[in-house]
Design a protein around this ligand. Sequence first.
Ligand code: AMP
Length: 493
Amino acid sequence: DAVFGVHSQSTETFLYTEQGEVSYADFTRLTNKLAQALSHAGLQASERVAVQAKKSVMQLALYAATIKAGGVYLPLNTSYTAHELDYFISNAKASIVIVDDTAKDAVMPIADAAGATLLTLNADETGSLVSAANDQSDQFDAIPRGPEDLGAILYTSGTTGRSKGAMLCHRNLLSNTQVLEQTWQFTSEDTLLHMLPIYHTHGLFVACNLLAMVGGSMIFLTHFDAERALFWMPQATSMMGVPTFYTRLLSEPMFTSDVSRHMRLFISGSAPLLAATHIEFEDRTGHRILERYGMTETNMSTSNPYRGERRAGTVGMPLPGVTMRLADEAGKIVIKGEIGTIELRGDNVFTGYWEMPEKTAESFRDDGFFITGDMAREDEDGYITIVGRDKDLIISGGLNIYPKEIESLIDAHHGVTESAVIGVPHPDFGEGVVAILVADDNVTADAVMAGISDKLAKFKQPKKILFVDALPRNTMGKVQKAVMRKEHEKMFS
Ligand code: AMP
């Protein structure tokens, strides 16, 4: 209620879609009908509602309805197969499962085995859930929930081992939304261009909770499309995107300072924004992208300042209420300027992994700090630079190598678009450094090596440079280093 309830009676527009507009009052009526349908399907407080559906207004209302009916929302990536859904549904012991009609036959036995009720929701907002909701009253009294009660479980993408369900309580979600409202100065005057998926923390909590709470509106598009983004941008004030949105916008000649004249804020996160993209964006539009850092488990943790310098290549400083420290593996705080793993404490930090007490215990220090696995450095004046995940750290000949240092040098080479530096098993060194580049045709490995060799100690220099058309990325724009390591694991053997 503190988020979706604040403006629930307003006749102002909450969502603009390619099909039309939805006011706050319309959205509330839809939410209430869905909450009634969930209750009639037997949903009890604290039970999980697992949802895999194409992005739609109805799906957003389903999120609000689950919370209002006292449930725990469990959104699932639309690319998961039935086999993968089996794990999430049974692991979370979902009591209601909602999928597209096309997945119904495959998911039915899974839902049956879990004792869950199966309903459907399609991209065109049809399905058995919708039919059930249509017959219901458009009034619903929210089931009261406390700050420590769970609001959502989001499974981490889990590139290694089984995916873990991050438990987020109402305090985690609400406090972060309030902090972001202050930090980024969102108001009811804002219209956010929303093109992110809503099964992930970025598109769901950061964007939707924030705009709903302040009473702003969203241009709610089903996916990112540069042409549609340019069509709608003149009506927006702000945008949240992953770095690939920004690089794709920049590749459109139509993307000019004129198109973005009314925008007050461009925010980037979920993956590192190249400093070059930040600079090119400012040259083209006059806007400085505001980069922030967060993760499923911690909501948003750092941000570049709204007023003050937005420094390219950094993620700014800890948000109000977030305590951050950089520590070594043993938990000892590193000297300022040195690289350490980010550890976080605050209302933003999740309560633990669903039914994985050992994983939870491993991830927290005794004094309550969460060990993120992201490695970073703090500048003199407090700006944080992320240098990569600890799993991506390369150890060659017993020496630590931070891929970001090498990637930054390679990226500065003329004609190189971007690069990924990985460690690959090596018979002599343990791991050998390999650089994978996206570059213009005339860029050669020798030229790149010549450009970086006098700036890098010998042990950090790539033993091999490869060229590819594009780096493998997931839908949130994250470069999949584990995929590349696997592909090249036999390179030196
Ligand atoms: P997820 O849980 O899917 O949101 O992924 C969180 C991870 O994305 C973090 O642990 C970081 O490794 C990465 N990440 C998020 N924002 C940034 C950023 N601005 N720069 C670099 N990495 C980021």
